[in-house]
Design a protein. Sequence first.
Lengths: 360, 343
Amino acid sequence: MKEKFKRLFSGGLGQMTIPIIALALLVIFNLIRDTSFFSIGIMHNNDGNAVLSGNIITIINGASELAILAMGMTLVTAACGGQDISVGAAAAIAGSVFVKVLKASTAISGGTVVLAFLCACIVAMLFALFNGTLVAVFKIQPMIATLILYTCGRSIAYWINGGATPTVYSSIITAIGGFIPGIPVPTPVLIVVVMALLFRVLFHFTSLRLFTQSVGINGDAARLNGINSTFIKLLSFLILGVCVAVSGCIGVSRLGLINHETLLLDIEMDTILAVAIGGNSLGGGKFKIGGSIIGAYVIQTLTITLYAMKVSSTDVKAYKAIVIILMVVIGSPVVKERFGKFMARLVHGSKRVSVKGVEE
Amino acid sequence: MKGTIFQRREPLNDTQLLMTITIGIFVVMYMLAVILLGGGFLHAQQIFDMLNDNASLVIVSCGLTIVMIGGGIDISVGAVTSLVVMSCVLYLNKGGNIFISILLAVGIGLVFGLVQGFLISYMEIQPFIVTLAGMFFARGMTTILSVNPQKVDHEAFSKLRDTKIEISWLGYKAKNGNLVPARIELGVVVAVVCVILAFLLLKYLRLGRGFYAIGGNQKSALMLGINVKLTRFMSYVICGLLSGISGYVFMMHTGAGNATNAAGMEMNAIAASIIGGTLLTGGVGNVIGTLFGVLTLTTIKKIVVSSGLNDPWWQSITTGGMLCFFILLQSIVLGRRAKKKKT
């Protein structure tokens, strides 16, 4: 018991400590504030389907794009030790391609949607390849390399749309962005589950996790051990590209239109935050995708909680910032070390003699 | 005598090399613009206009360059600028004093710098996360202060805003024959002073040399007896201070506060620093290069507009392309030098 206690407070529960505690705190806070916050009901939507409703569903549904992007971002962060800040812009491009292909066909059937998604995927992967080449081959820091696409990505999306914000009407698109008739769970949530399972399968049947971590921890050592670090980095970007295409298509399907300016706006920042809250080092190395997914839900819960407290959508950022800072301060190495020492002193009841420099 | 001037004892270091490339490309690009598009690019006013419009960006980029030389990053600068503009506008509209409004601007910037610097260097939290939170906070506070655009309605401030330095011999003849003198806003003077001070700080002061040291190799810097934590802290404080000043200059240029002020300025500032030859890994960079980085960015935009690519997307696409070019160029040049050193 004592040992467990100690582990928990010295952050020994592993990297999942912070996200789980944060999520738990948010849930408790909401329960105190409003006991009915987490009630789930069933209502009928416009099409007459019975669907789940309630704040939890809104949170889980709303965080779908973020969760999917966070999965891919975790991989890139782990392999390259940097972040892709162009995911929002790339998602706008992918969404534009998605709509463009749908618009080109006369009738929207299941086949055209698949085709459109594949096209979006290919385009997103091409841009990811561009980012990946800059990072892996030319050895440019990821943030700078992706700054290029961040600067011009949304303009490229605008260009693809020809300076308009086209809309698509189709029952299939509505089903992707909302509910499939007969299934009460929102479709984006199902897509997140599928993506998470795909990652699980990928890591189960390949050595990608090990390779990515070793490239992230020490690229040169990994190379000397026979791992093609350039390829691993490129691969992580390509996987992120797929995630970007998926989330871009979900974002488009939700509204049934592509707006290059507002589609997944500022999501790159939230994604990186989700990765960091998930306890992953932003400097690369070891990673847990589960942590990032929980991080994404933490952010969304926070946002929805603030909305429920009647904070306007533009003001949310300020409160979010305060919570973020509190969270990272609690999780910072300095505070952890001090607190761990304090707890140890409390448990042992006596001052421990520590030699300076031993821990270094 | 001749020998000492024309023969360098040592080859250019990375900072000087990248800066030289930037300045060279700026000059070539500007000359191309003059030859191909002519007209407006020949007037001195064109350069002054570029500075008038971008004085606050120059100041912000200087601060960012200092942070980046120290191996950090600050993405809150644009948001802080916007917050400063909004608070000063609201303060002045309540009938405030100009002197106190300047103190307010500098104070807000300083507070952001102090808090962020403390969290980053003493609490050892990743700079990206801290300054991201700072950016969110500043943007959120701006909209909490006012969602609607606010115009300054203050007599003394209007006088200050409209004060322009006029240089008649650099002016040009307008179509109706009148001589239009070249105009420089006060903000440009502030910006130039900031650049010079930052340059002197980086070149001659112990603190400035410390930035290069901790950015180049933190462990070596520690072993040399440099107070790494304090030095990093100071880099964020200076950056915050410059963001505050930049906010005031921004307000002097626009004369109004808006929640979307300075949107995307942090990325423009990062781009300007990179084009100016600063490496995000730290240890290499120069504020003079950054100044030319801002000018290069602006020249590209001007060229795009004057060459008739009027569709709204061309500006940022060409900026992105230019950024790509510079980043690749740096990577190749530095990669080659590293290879040469090894052999």
